[in-house]
Write a protein that binds this ligand. Structure first.
Ligand code: NAP
Length: 446
C-alpha cells in the first residue's frame, strides 16, 4: 500500500495511480462471525467494542462493473458501528447472508468477518467497467445508501427501495479500512477545504439530518420554525442545529453537560438545555412516565424561545419520546430516525391526536439528498463536527467512546492518512470559512 499512499498523497495523475498494482489484502476493522454470542447475557453497557472489533488483513474483493475501489484516507465512527460491535439489536451477519442471496456479486459479502464503517474520504483507485462519472484519482467522500438501481422500487425515492441497505452495516467491505469497495452511486466530491479526517465525518449524519429537516421527504422546516434537537452536540444533532440555523429557524439544543452547552453557544445556538442539570425524570419507574416532568420540560423550552417547537428532532427513543410528543407544538412534527435508549416507545396519544401532531419516520437519505447535504459542506455552509481523531488500530476505543457517550460531534479515524491535517486543497475557502469555525469541535474536544 505504501506506493499507493505516496502517489495518492502527492496527488499523482490518474494513469500513474492506475498503473500501481493493488494489494491482494488490506487492513480493515471487523467483527468475527464466530464472536456473535460473545456478549450473551450482558447488559448493553457492559458489551465492549474493544474486545469485539479487530483490525486485520483481509483479501481484496473482486470489483463489480458498477463499483469503485477507494484508498480510504479517513473514516469515522457512527453509532451503527457500535451496534455491529455489540451485536445489537441483531448480529449484522444476517444482513450479509440475506444480501448474498441477490446474485453472484452480492454473494461476495457473506463472509466470516464483517468489515464495518459507513463513512469514508479517499481517492478512487479503480472503477468498474460500467462507471461513467468517476475516474481514478478523484478525491471523494462516500454516502452509505446502498441500493440496487435495477430494482423498480428504487426509482422514486431510493430510500423506499425494497432492498435498500446501509453500506458498512448491512453490507461488507465498509469504510473503517485502508481500502473500501463501494457502488459508484455512493460517491460524492470531497470538500476541498477540509482535511481527510474532517471530510470523512459528515456524510452519514449530515445527510440523515438534512432529510429529516430540510428535504421535502422530512419535516419540511421553514423560516422561523423552532426546532427541538435532542443530543444537539452529538453526531446527528450537531448537523441538525446547523441546518436549523442556516434555514432561518431557532434551534433549541438539548445536551448533558456545561461543556456541551458552551460548544453549542460557540456554534451559534443560543437556546440550550442541559438535561443533566435540569434533572428531568420523564420516567418515574421503568413502566410509568411522569407528565409533570414533561410539563416542566415544555415550560423550560417556552422560557428560552417563547413558544413550542414546530419540529422535534428525535432519536433517543424510549427515554424521550413521551416528552417529545408532549412538547411539540399543535400541528407540529416529531421526526424520528432512531431509538438509542429503546425502540418500544410509549407516549400519550391524546397529546398527539387532539393537537393534530405527526410522528414521521426517517432513515438516512437518497443520493440527491446526500449530494445536496454534501454541497453545503463543500461550500463551507455546514461545518465538520470533528472533535477527536483516532488511528485505525484504536478503532475499538473510538467506538467505546461513542457507545458510552463520552464524545462530542463526530470521531474521525485515520486509515491511510499518516497524520491529521492532510488533504486540504483549497486553503482560500478554508480561510474564508474561518479556521476557528472549521476546527470548532476539535478545539472543544481537545
Ligand atoms: P451520538 O453521536 O452518540 O449522539 C447522540 C446524542 O443523543 C448523545 O450525544 C446524547 O447527547 C443524546 N442521548 C443519548 N441518549 C439519550 C437519552 N437517553 N436521552 C436524551 N438524550 C440522549 O449518536 P448519533 O450519531 O447522533 O446517533 C444517534 C442515534 O441515531 C443512534 O441510535 C444511531 O444509530 C441513530 N442514527 C440513525 C440514522 C438513520 O439513518 N436512521 C442515522 C444516523 C444515526 P447528550 O448526552 O449531550 O444529551
Amino acid at each position: 500500500m505504501s506506493d499507493i499512499l505516496s502517489a495518492a498523497l502527492a496527488g499523482a495523475p490518474a494513469d500513474e495511480l492506475a498503473g500501481l498494482p493493488l494489494p491482494d489484502s488490506y487492513r480493515g476493522a471487523l467483527v468475527r462471525r464466530s464472536d456473535m454470542a460473545m456478549f450473551e447475557g450482558m447488559e448493553s453497557s457492559e458489551k465492549d467494542p474493544r474486545t469485539s472489533l479487530h483490525v486485520e488483513d483481509v483479501p481484496l474483493p473482486e470489483l463489480a462493473p458498477d463499483e469503485a475501489i477507494l484508498a480510504v484516507m479517513a473514516s469515522s465512527i457512527n453509532f451503527n458501528t457500535v451496534w455491529t460491535s455489540i451485536f445489537e439489536p441483531l448480529p449484522t451477519f444476517g444482513f450479509l447472508d440475506r444480501l448474498a442471496k441477490e446474485g453472484p456479486w452480492a454473494a461476495r459479502h457473506a463472509l466470516d468477518y464483517h468489515v464495518v464503517g459507513s463513512d469514508a474520504a479517499g481517492v478512487v483507485l479503480r472503477t468498474g467497467s460500467a462507471v461513467r462519472n468517476w475516474k481514478v484519482g478523484d478525491k471523494v467522500t462516500v454516502h452509505c445508501n446502498y441500493v440496487d438501481d435495477q430494482d423498480p422500487s428504487a426509482h422514486d425515492d431510493s430510500m423506499l427501495a425494497a432492498n435498500q441497505r446501509i453500506w458498512g452495516f448491512e453490507s461488507n467491505f465498509g469504510g473503517l479500512a485502508d481500502v473500501t469497495v463501494v457502488k459508484a452511486n455512493q460517491l460524492m466530491p470531497k470538500p476541498a477545504h477540509l482535511s481527510w479526517e474532517e471530510a470523512a465525518v459528515n456524510a452519514l449524519c449530515n445527510s440523515t439530518a438534512y432529510r429529516m429537516l430540510v428535504s421535502p421527504n422530512g419535516a419540511r422546516m421553514t423560516q422561523g420554525d423552532k426546532v427541538l434537537v435532542w443530543g444537539a452536540s452529538g453526531g446527528l444533532g450537531s448537523f441538525a442545529v446547523q441546518h436549523v440555523l442556516n434555514g432561518g429557524g431557532t434551534p433549541i439544543g438539548v445536551v448533558s453537560s456545561p461543556e456541551k452547552v458552551a460548544l453549542l453557544n460557540d456554534l451559534g445556538v443560543e437556546a440550550v438545555i442541559d438535561r443533566r442539570a435540569a434533572n428531568y425524570a420523564f420516567w418515574s419507574d421503568e413502566h410509568t412516565q411522569d407528565e409533570s416532568e414533561w410539563r416542566r420540560f415544555g415550560k423550560d423550552i417556552r422560557g428560552l424561545v417563547g413558544g413550542e417547537p414546530q419540529i422535534v428532532f428525535e432519536h433517543p427513543g424510549r427515554q424521550t419520546m413521551g416528552a417529545s410528543v408532549f412538547a411539540c407544538a399543535r400541528a407540529g412534527t416529531i421526526v424520528t430516525c432512531a431509538a438509542t435508549s429503546g425502540y418500544m416507545i410509549e407516549y400519550d396519544n391524546r397529546h398527539l391526536w387532539m393537537k393534530l401532531k405527526t410522528i414521521k419516520g426517517s432513515h438516512f437519505a437518497n443520493y440527491r439528498e446526500a449530494w445536496d447535504a454534501n454541497q453545503l459542506v463543500c461550500q463551507g455552509k455546514v461545518l465538520p463536527p470533528l472533535s477527536a481523531v483516532y488511528n485505525l488500530a484504536d478503532v475499538g476505543e473510538a467506538a467505546y467512546q461513542v457507545h458510552h457517550n463520552l464524545h462530542e460531534g463526530k470521531i474521525g479515524v485515520l486509515c491511510l492518512a499518516p497524520t491529521e491535517g492532510l488533504g486540504i486543497d483549497d486553503p482560500e475557502l478554508r480561510a474564508k470559512v474561518g479556521e476557528d469555525r472549521v476546527t470548532l469541535f476539535r478545539r472543544h474536544g481537545a
